[in-house]
Design a protein around this ligand. Structure first.
Ligand code: GLN
Length: 283
């Protein structure tokens, strides 16, 4: 049932985009009680232009989203199509904010911030934790999801660590550039894990494969994604590291459109769309 909802909505978004009336329809969606039709005002102006020259806008009405797939259920590929909680949430937010969703760019997590600041993409939707370090380079939307880190191990082997000290002498991995990697690096600094026993991966999917193959003893990864892998692969969460992270959508610091995106995110929460997405991807 949830699936059907998603398919319908995705198809709907595509239709809207193709008709070149994204902004006008977003206005309809948004008139459920909030007067912040500012996005609509923009959109209406653009509507005419689109009618004539569909797609050759000067860029300001299009938001090109970027992500790093292989992080289910937030972003992953299914039958060659990019799907996930973040994908739906970002498309919904962009559309409701009165902009057009550009073609998704799917790259390594490490490349997202440089691509954003360099202008190749306009918005990062990649379960990216809001951190002080990242906030020096990019702007984050209001938080849209909370997570901790977890230590993921093979469910076939007999390694069942109960706490950080049990990781001593073990091979530990994480996806480079992530907050999970930061936790691994902290364990190295604290002398728990040996620097030589640290494996960095371009992608968490590769890390999980190495875990299943016995090439690494433990992976440090966001809890919701660990749970997802545990459902479908021979891996399980051994314990949680409470990091209290919050995910945000990333935009360039000088991109004023983030205000419209925040308004849209609030509306998505208020009208129950957020709950529907959670039900679809996490239950
Ligand atoms: N939330 C983690 C981070 O921001 C992991 C994100 C990811 O791997 N997509 O670093």
């Amino acid at each position: 049932m949830a699936r059907k909802f998603s398919m319908d909505r995705r198809a709907y978004l595509k239709t809207v985009g193709a008709a070149g009336t994204t902004a006008a329809v977003a206005g309809c969606l948004g008139n459920g009680g909030n007067g912040n039709g500012n996005g609509n005002g923009n959109g209406n102006g653009n509507g005419d232009g689109n009618g004539n020259g569909n797609g050759n806008g000067d860029g300001d009405d299009v938001i090109v989203p970027g992500t790093a797939s292989g992080f289910p259920p937030f972003e992953y590929t299914q039958d060659g199509e990019l799907v996930g909680f973040d994908v739906d949430l970002a498309e919904e937010a962009i559309t409701r904010a009165g902009y057009e969703v550009g073609d998704w760019v799917d790259i390594e997590f490490d490349s997202l911030i440089p691509s954003l600041t360099g202008g190749d993409i306009d918005l990062v939707a990649a379960a990216m934790t809001i951190t002080d370090e990242r906030s020096e380079q990019i702007a984050f939307s209001n938080p849209y999801y909370e997570a901790n880190q977890s230590v993921l191990v093979s469910s076939e082997g007999d390694f069942a660590p109960e706490g950080e000290s049990d990781l001593e002498g073990r091979v530990v991995g994480a996806q480079s550039g992530t907050t999970g990697a930061a936790e691994a690096e902290r364990l190295i600094e604290e002398g728990v894990v040996d620097g030589d026993d640290y494996r960095q991966y371009d992608n968490y999917t590769l890390a999980v494969e190495d875990l299943e193959n016995g090439n690494v003893d433990a992976i440090i990864i966001d809890v919701p994604v660990a749970n997802n892998f545990a459902d479908s692969r021979s891996v399980e969460v051994a314990f949680v590291i409470e990091t209290g992270e919050e995910y945000g959508l990333g935009m360039r610091q000088d991109d004023d459109r983030i205000g419209d995106i925040n308004d849209a995110l609030a509306e998505i929460r208020e009208d129950g769309t957020y709950e529907d997405l959670v039900a679809e991807y996490f239950e």
